[in-house]
Write a protein of this length. Structure first.
Length: 147
């Protein structure tokens, strides 16, 4: 500072050259480790499923049988694909398969009939078992209006 109270800056300070440092060898944007689960399957919806220990053990056994280094989520996805590929639509049963089921049920009921019951009583019980309880006959969707 000068005695007169005025400030005379140095001429060297009039020109400030800004010098930036060169980037380091490692580009911080590209090689920074990512936090979290790596994206492996692309976009999708996460589904949280609760499974019992027996189911998890069965999945782990299936993974061991595949002889690959497969993760549990990948194996669950594959098992779902296999199940969906082999499933049919859950539509109404055909008349032929419904009649076959009725015959098999009648055969099973004949083996369980009380031999001491009168034939009329046995036939009534069998009919009630095949048709179902009266309370549920109107609710059933697999049978036509054969009540």
């Amino acid at each position: 500072m000068c005695r007169g109270g005025s400030l005379n800056p140095s001429p060297r300070l009039a020109f400030v050259i800004s010098q930036t440092m060169r980037k380091s060898i490692r580009d911080s944007k590209k090689s920074k480790p990512k936090i979290g689960r790596p994206r492996t399957t692309g976009t999708g919806q996460a589904q949280i499923v609760r499974m019992h220990d027996q189911q998890i053990a069965a999945i782990d056994a299936w993974i061991a049988m595949q002889e690959t280094d497969m993760s549990r989520p990948e194996s669950i996805r594959r098992l779902v694909e296999i199940g969906l590929a082999h499933s049919k639509s859950a539509g109404y049963p055909s008349a032929k398969s419904a009649e076959r089921a009725k015959q098999l049920a009648a055969k099973a009921i004949n083996g369980l009939v009380d031999p001491a019951a009168a034939p009329e009583e046995a036939a009534t019980r069998k009919r009630r078992l095949l048709k179902g309880p009266e309370e549920f006959r109107e609710v059933r969707v697999d049978s036509g209006k054969e009540t």
